[in-house]
Design a protein around this ligand. Structure first.
Ligand SMILES: [Mn+2]
Length: 225
């Protein structure tokens, strides 16, 4: 199927799965054809998977060659690494041992987060927390249902699960998010939110939702296993 208007692709958690990312970007290219598509990456590019370094290189190049059409949001994993590399060592044990940061360091061939390439660290520190396209609110983890979308706390945008996941609040936007892996490897669409974390770090695919301009919900999903 080829769709005849510019598309928006929203892409869930990647976690160092570079081959899956390349396959998904190829599928997105096939779908968008000659039309200039917009890409919103929902964060968590690094950790757990085998090749975080290549994922970051690919995303930086992808963004550089498509100015104004690529938005890379910050995930809690990028936030943790940025904090550690900036000298906040309190997060280091959990990042290394629980969040798969050891595999990120291995992909760069370094033992110390401060030894990571300065341009990659600067890129991770520069990422936005959310993106609002008027119909959809894109964010890594979700939002605090008790606060307006424009008055959220950074910690919730990066880390929240409940009460967001169970909330039925109408935000006036579809909240498109990742962060909480779907054990069935499938995206979860509810009336007020869409979870695109299909557990790429745990054997699932990376998933892209395909949006058109005049419909809030996705017209289809692309998956790279
Ligand atoms: Mn994640």
């Amino acid at each position: 199927m080829k769709l005849d208007s510019p598309l928006t692709f929203a892409i869930g958690d990647i976690h160092g799965q570079h081959l899956k990312l390349l396959e998904l970007l190829r599928q997105c290219g096939d779908r968008s054809g000659d039309f200039a598509a917009k890409f919103v990456f929902l964060g968590d590019y690094i950790d757990r998977g085998p090749d975080s370094r290549a994922v970051i290189e690919t995303l930086i190049e992808f963004e550089t060659t498509r100015p104004d059409r690529v938005i890379c949001l910050r995930g809690n994993h990028e936030a943790a690494l940025s904090a550690i590399a900036g000298g906040d060592m309190s997060a280091m044990p959990s990042w290394l041992n629980k969040n798969g940061g050891d595999r990120t360091l291995a992909s760069y061939g370094v033992a110390d987060p401060a030894a990571l390439p300065a341009d990659h660290l600067a890129w991770m520190a520069s990422l936005s927390l959310s993106h609002d396209d008027g119909m959809r609110f894109f964010v890594h983890a979700g939002v605090d249902p008790s606060r307006p979308l424009d008055a959220q706390h950074e910690r919730d945008l990066l880390w929240i699960r409940e009460p967001f996941l169970s909330s039925e609040r109408d935000y006036g936007r579809l909240v498109v998010h990742g962060h909480t892996p779907q054990k069935n490897y499938a995206p979860e669409l509810r009336p007020n939110r869409l979870n695109l974390d299909t557990a790429a770090a745990y054997g699932g695919p990376i998933t892209a939702a395909v949006f058109i301009a005049d419909r809030t919900t996705p017209v289809e999903y692309l998956r790279a296993c």
